[in-house]
Design a protein around this ligand. Sequence first.
Ligand code: GLU
Length: 485
Amino acid sequence: MSVRVRYAPSPTGYQHVGGARTALFNYLFAKKNKGSFILRIEDTDQDRSQESALIPLIESLMWLGLKWDEGLILKKGQLESQGFYGPYRQKNRISIYKEKALELIKKGKAYYCFMNLEEEALQKQQALQQDMSFKVSSPYRDFDLSQSEKKIQDGEPFCIRFKTEKTKQSYQLKDLVRGDVSFPGDSLGDFILIRRDGFPVYNFSCAVDDSLMKISHVFRGEEHLSNSLKQQMIQKALDFKCPQIGHLSIILDKNKKKLSKRTGSKSLDYYRQEGYLASALLNFLALLGWNSKTQQEFFYKEELIEKFNIKGLNSSSAIFDEDKLLWLNEKHLKGQSEEGLMKEIKVFLKNPISDKNLFKKMLSSLKSSFKTLKQSAQLLDLFLTDHFELNPKAKDILKGEKSKSLLTHWIAFLNQKDKDYLSLDDFKEFQKSQKNIKGSLFFKPLRCACIGQPEGVEIKILVELLSKKQLLQRAKVALKYTRKD
Ligand code: GLU
């Protein structure tokens, strides 16, 4: 049997990092098993689906590097279905769900229900008063089909409900991550398949599509456990083959709160804009609920594909640790080729690169201090412009003891050098000449006079990256902030 897995987001807003983790595990499983990874859009919920969310969601996944073999794709700004099992947007499959719902009705596994909302609300209230869990009890469960059809012809609003077996002691579900999961027999009522507005509910369209699209395995969040049970019941009632399902661990933030869109946790795009590399995020997400059973934590995508194994998935909650993400990002930045890094950083730069070779020199000299692309670009921008500003901290430092004398000597030293760029030896020569000014009294004001801030890069690195002209111009600005010793 060929492996076919899917990621099936509902476009209800931005692409949440938790969803991206689900997409990633499905992707890794597909690639590891030489199978297909499919992107299906679940947009039948009229109230929650947002058309405007769709393209950004797809772009985020593309940015992360999860290329799907089949499904809804974005080509030159246009969305199209690609593959044999389309369309891949549920909105465009409504007639299929209606047909399958009718099939279930004919088999006696589903029924038209004409209860109105007030009747349902009343039952809910009664259950609440008796401290019982609510399960609808519809008088139409065993209603004669021809009578139901007559009501429909008369224009009575209806929904279609699944006829859940009432006699079950318990329900079982085989989970690829947790083993056998059991649900109490009284946990399910006759749930809705098709709403009064004619649109299918998520569980129905998802169950139908997973089977029609020949999905072999589904990896999804733990919160879908009871949905999986309903979906398998639907698939069995339709004599469909059920995919094997694995429920991924819950993701918690550092305060042990569930990470979710509702609690305002972050989007994939947020991390992209903050200057995280897709490869670092991918590496980080892969470690949320999976481990390679080794000490290794740094992975590129290809290695993850090679090492990915269901046995490494675990059910205990994973912590979304931003410090670890930053640490991984730093490592991935260090692992980038010069060309690759240049391409990534360029997006974040405010100033143009006028001298490519000098820029390359800057990258190799500064690389070890990079944590994110954004922060790296902020640093590099300080070198790429003739505009010079001092931050408040720098202005304070320059007011300090000996700064005036230091900068006066620095300007004189620069003036007497007949070259465009200083060398490290030149700098050492200057340092020697200032023996009486030591430690931070030497380095901090000088750094302020070079990049406008007292921290950031070692001075001996940065003096080689600014031209003599820039150094002079900046030192003169800085000198104005110093005061007499
Ligand atoms: N559309 C569902 C969601 O976004 C998909 C869940 C699933 O079936 O994996 O939560």
